[in-house]
Design a protein around this ligand. Structure first.
Ligand code: FES
Length: 68
């Protein structure tokens, strides 16, 4: 399923980068470009990170988080 319509990024692609260690919106954005246009996908990307990041590695900060 496409999560980021602006960049054509699917949930599978997001889960893949999370499984390789991305644990924040900033890290997923750096790899896939999600959230760089309208930003409407940010909440769903955050939820995918929380659901699929290894325990304790998901960034608890909000959409503006730039931690890595
Ligand atoms: S839907 Fe992701 S930036 Fe627009």
């Amino acid at each position: 399923m496409i999560v980021c319509i602006c960049r054509g990024v699917s949930d599978r692609e997001i889960r893949n980068v999370v499984s390789r260690g991305a644990s924040s919106l900033a890290e997923v954005r750096a790899e896939l470009g999600t959230g760089e246009c309208c930003g409407k996908c940010s909440q769903q990307v955050r939820e995918l990170i929380e659901q699929h990041a290894p325990a304790g590695q998901a960034c608890p900060s909000g959409a503006a988080c730039a931690c890595a």
